[in-house]
Design a protein around this ligand. Structure first.
Ligand code: RP5
Length: 176
């Protein structure tokens, strides 16, 4: 992960990364780091659906006019933030289930993924991989109309492929 990673870019944000609590940051910072590494302008904020419902409504109402092209929303437990944000704006919402204390995030996953027909939330894996992949998916969407960003995405994929090809297995019988 990038060492110095501010909570917003100097440029006007294209992507809003929102989360229900600062306790979600350990997971959601992986989305922010990916956007930072790709040079995509973002902002990161805590917006709690149940503790800050009016702030949530204002954020959703202003999202399109502020130039946001995507919103990555992470939450845990009865994770209604992504679905409510999707109801409040036509900006696409990408949901990240955050692991919860008692149900390991399976509650978060089901809360986010089971949206009734008509208001979608693109839902990712529980935890760090989901946060990083949500950002990569946003990058891929933006890259459909941004050739320079597409080049970065293809280079990222190529590095990943080379790293996988270079993987070595320990001798049989050795314990990691
Ligand atoms: C949700 O409740 C947050 O998204 C978080 O995952 C969970 C617990 O929040 P805290 O009690 O840690 O603030 O709203």
């Amino acid at each position: 992960m990038t060492a110095s990673m501010p909570n917003s870019s100097p440029d006007a944000p294209l992507v809003g990364v929102i989360m229900g609590s600062s306790s979600d940051w350990d997971v959601m910072q992986h989305a922010v780091a990916m956007l930072h590494d790709f040079g995509v302008a973002y902002e990161a904020r805590v917006i709690s659906a149940h503790r800050m419902p009016h702030d949530m409504a204002e954020y959703g109402a202003a999202a399109h006019a502020r130039g946001l092209r995507a919103i990555i929303a992470g939450a845990g437990g009865a994770a209604h933030l992504p679905g409510m944000m999707a109801a409040l704006t036509d900006v696409p919402v990408f949901g990240v289930p955050v692991p919860s204390k008692y149900l390991r995030g399976e509650d978060s996953l089901l809360s986010i993924v089971q949206m009734p027909k008509g208001v979608p939330v693109a839902t990712f894996a529980i935890g760090e991989a989901g946060a990083a992949n949500a950002a990569l998916h946003v990058v891929a969407n933006l890259a459909t109309t941004d050739a320079a960003l597409r080049d970065k995405l293809l280079a990222f994929r190529a590095r990943q492929t080379e790293a996988a090809r270079a993987m070595q297995l320990p001798p049989a019988g050795a314990r990691a």
